[in-house]
Design a binder for this molecule. Structure first.
Ligand code: FES
Length: 102
């Protein structure tokens, strides 16, 4: 059973960008996009680079290491060498907090 967890205040997000959040042992990337908040595991599933150090534009995060790219809305890879969907989490905003279903 998964539950909603507070991860960061909306006011603390990098506006229009990606913000790194630590939840226990997991690093999570929280994306502030024109259509809302999305989140994924922060480490790239190709070579383990930190996506929070990548280039973010609209709904696309580009990995800083090999420039693989993912759509943050559903995690699908959109540019090689990204090999498969990245792990994404449901996100919502409640009382000024970003919450993820972890
Ligand atoms: S580590 Fe991200 S594309 Fe290679």
């Amino acid at each position: 059973m998964t539950e909603w967890c507070d991860v960061i205040a909306v006011a603390d997000l990098e506006s229009g960008w990606v913000t790194r959040v630590r939840m226990g042992t997991r690093l999570i990337a929280v994306y502030d996009t024109p259509s809302g908040i999305y989140a994924s595991l922060a480490l790239c599933n190709h070579g383990g680079a930190d996506l929070c150090d990548g280039y973010f534009d609209g709904h696309v995060i580009e990995c800083p290491l090999h420039q693989g790219a993912f759509d943050v809305r559903d995690g699908r890879p959109i540019a090689p060498p990204a090999p498969r969907r990245m792990r994404v989490f449901e996100a919502r905003v409640q009382d000024g907090m970003v919450q993820l279903r972890l």
